[in-house]
Design a protein around this ligand. Sequence first.
Ligand SMILES: [Cu+2]
Length: 204
Amino acid sequence: MNAKFFPMFRVLTVVGSLWASPFGAAQTPPPAGHEGHDAHPAPPANDAPPKAEDFLSLSADGKKVRIVLISAFNGVNYGMNFNGFAKGQAKFVLPVGADVEVAFTNRSPVPHSVVVVERPQVKRLQMGEPAFTGATTPNAVRGTTGTKGDTFSFKATEAGDFAFACGFPSHAANGHWIALEVSDKATLPSLQLGTGPVFTPAAK
Ligand SMILES: [Cu+2]
């Protein structure tokens, strides 16, 4: 290919992949692997394995649950991941009534965001309003970049199956979400990354 025209081709390819329709298998992103890296701006390299204790803790008085969500933690799902996991493959559990503070950052130049939604919502193009009052980063449709990040707080007032989903159009449908269960049986919060052990932060 003519070198002069290659950059524009690359931009178009990137935009196409960002706005990929969730409808139809033909537009599903290509499988992860070295071939795919040219088609999407990769997040900064991160060889550090995700550790559950870095993403979930309790405040000193034990009353507030602190959750850390990092978009594009690594290259999993083309950066459309939280803490290195996509498509519901990590799961937070919160007791009903938990007071939660979420610290969100994004390692990618591609905008991302977080909205708490009811689980079936992740298949949609747009995430809409959060399931709990205040449970969203500001302007989740537009998303943000950068490690300064956004912090938001909410109360998990109702039991059920929810998700931390990216509110940037089409991202959740392309896998940019992890699971959140609000449980009337759980007494402490927990986090399971993939098939790893269930981590529960120690009450201090
Ligand atoms: Cu996203």
